[in-house]
Design a protein around this ligand. Structure first.
Ligand SMILES: Cc1cc2nc3c(=O)[nH]c(=O)nc-3n(C[C@H](O)[C@H](O)[C@H](O)COP(=O)(O)OP(=O)(O)OC[C@H]3O[C@@H](n4cnc5c(N)ncnc54)[C@H](O)[C@@H]3O)c2cc1C
Length: 459
């Protein structure tokens, strides 16, 4: 008689955990799904339903021909995603976006998992995964319960997992005007991993700096929520508008200091202030605005940051923000299949791994579930091609990010899927056809990957 397989334990039935549990079960493996709600809730969830959307009801653009998030939708549909099936069944009119009836959506996910014979649902908080659970997916999200966050902190050796994210905006390099901006490191210092010309510099005159400070002071800001007031700021990461409030010269002596930089476009003059951008991914397609964490509303950030010389046409891969978040320093801590290097029986999924957004979290849940199921069958998990949206996102989480090249806070921050994470096209393409070419390449490569025998969830 064959012994029954021991189950994969999934902790957290949010976007990622629900999808992960579904993927494991649809591949014929037993799952125990642990969810602490409704007995114990988080500061933002309101119901006991699985996959509750805590804020907006939008899954963003559904256009798989030119948008990275639309492409991710299309790939997930092909891979048998429960989250996409429920979203499609409960969609609402929203132009080119996929918006969902949040109650119908969450009820459909809950019902599907409750009806799945291989899923055993336990409504309980897990404070530490017991040693006898040999395959665990932790998908407890940005508001992981404090007790579990503590035990994860103990396992990873990280001092703090929950803090105010000091998120600085990230700009697509190709949208920066290099007739104005230039590459140079302060004092041309090469540093351990640099060349002496690692930063992109945008110069401001005194009048431009004054106008910029005025705009920051007057700009519309997001108020903190009650639960956020108890969480400390992450080391030295004050929002730029808070620094500006401390004095007109504070920014010029902080993140906008001009020292050690010479503008080659202005016959070698010294600018009054400088905004620096630092490489954010290995491909060198994305650059983050150094020290520009902010509570300004998103529309205000675009308006005000485009007044910076060189950034008039900047497109942002991510805008800045500050909110409480729990996530791992994944490029350092996780292996290529999302397992904790220090304890490989534990795999992570969802926003806790450093992706951002409902759909991205579910996509990483999908991968974690498929990897765990492959392992249970005694097979080597097959990674998605890096040219697909799944592969690009996974690459960002497990290795595509560059570590900081000078002293400062941890630089890995949650990110939405975007074309800056994709490897460049082999044969270039005009700017307006580039996105379509990246999408077409991704879908073709996903097909080939599936054709290569990669098992996907049965419909
Ligand atoms: C305030 C806020 C607003 C947001 N707004 C948006 C938005 O508008 N659009 C967007 O795309 N993304 C938004 N996000 C990001 C969004 O939360 C995530 O993208 C997504 O919900 C994360 O999915 P997840 O599965 O990783 O976590 P979640 O969906 O949060 O799921 C985690 C689950 O784990 C459970 N859990 C936690 N600890 C334990 C434990 N110890 N034991 C058992 N269960 C546990 C929780 O109850 C929850 O059900 C927002 C995040 C926050 C914090």
């Amino acid at each position: 008689m064959t012994r029954p397989l021991s189950p994969v334990h999934v902790i957290g039935a949010g976007l990622a955990g629900s999808e992960a549990a579904w993927q494991v079960a649809r591949r014929g493996m037993p799952v125990v799904l642990h969810e602490m709600r409704p007995a114990r809730s988080t500061a933002v969830h309101k119901t006991g339903q699985f996959a509750e959307l805590v804020c907006s009801n939008s899954f963003r653009s559904d256009d798989a021909a030119v948008s990275a998030i639309g492409l991710l939708h299309a790939e997930m549909r092909q891979l048998g995603s429960l989250v996409m099936r429920a979203a499609d069944a409960h969609k609402l009119p929203a132009g080119g976006a996929l918006a969902v009836d949040r109650e119908g959506f969450a009820a459909a996910i809950t019902a599907a998992l409750e009806a799945e014979p291989l899923v055993d649902i336990r409504r309980e908080e897990v404070v530490a995964p017991p040693a006898e659970w040999d395959s665990v997916i932790i998908a407890t999200g940005p508001l992981t319960s404090p007790a579990l966050a503590d035990s994860i902190g103990g396992l990873t050796g990280e001092a703090a997992l929950a803090f105010f994210d000091a998120i600085a905006p990230i700009v697509h390099r190709e949208t920066i005007d290099f007739d104005i901006a230039w590459f140079q490191s302060r004092y041309d210092k090469a540093g351990p991993a640099g060349s002496g010309a690692d930063y992109i510099n945008c110069p401001l005159t005194r009048a431009q700096y004054d106008a910029f400070v005025d705009a920051l002071l007057a700009g519309d800001k997001i108020e903190f929520r009650d639960f956020e007031t108890a969480t400390p700021y992450f080391d030295g990461c004050l929002p730029i508008e808070v620094m500006a409030e401390r004095g007109r010269e504070t920014l010029r002596h902080g993140p906008m200091k001009p020292f050690g930089l010479t503008d080659p476009h202005q016959s070698g003059t010294k600018p009054y202030a400088v905004v620096q951008l630092r490489q954010d991914n290995k491909l060198g397609s994305l650059f983050n605005m150094v020290g520009f964490q902010t509570k300004l509303k998103h529309g205000e950030q675009v308006r005000i940051f485009r007044t910076i010389p060189g950034l008039a046409r900047a497109e942002f891969a991510r805008l800045g923000g500050l909110h409480r978040n729990t996530f791992l320093n994944s490029p350092k801590l996780l292996d290529a299949t999302l397992r904790l290097k220090a304890a490989p029986r534990l795999r992570f999924a969802g926003q806790i791994t450093g992706c951002e957004g409902y759909v991205e979290s579910a996509a990483i849940g999908l991968l974690a579930g498929s990897f765990a199921a492959a392992e249970r069958r005694g097979e080597e998990p097959l990674l998605p091609p890096p040219t697909t949206a799944h592969g690009a996102l996974l690459g960002h989480i497990t290795g595509g990010h560059v570590e900081i090249i000078d002293s400062g806070p941890r630089s890995f921050q949650p990110m939405n899927v975007n074309f800056g994470l994709f490897p460049p096209l082999a044969h270039g393409a005009a700017r307006d056809s580039r996105k379509a070419a990246l999408c077409a390449r991704a879908l073709a490569d996903l097909d080939a990957w599936r054709g290569a025998g990669v098992p996907h969830a049965a419909e």
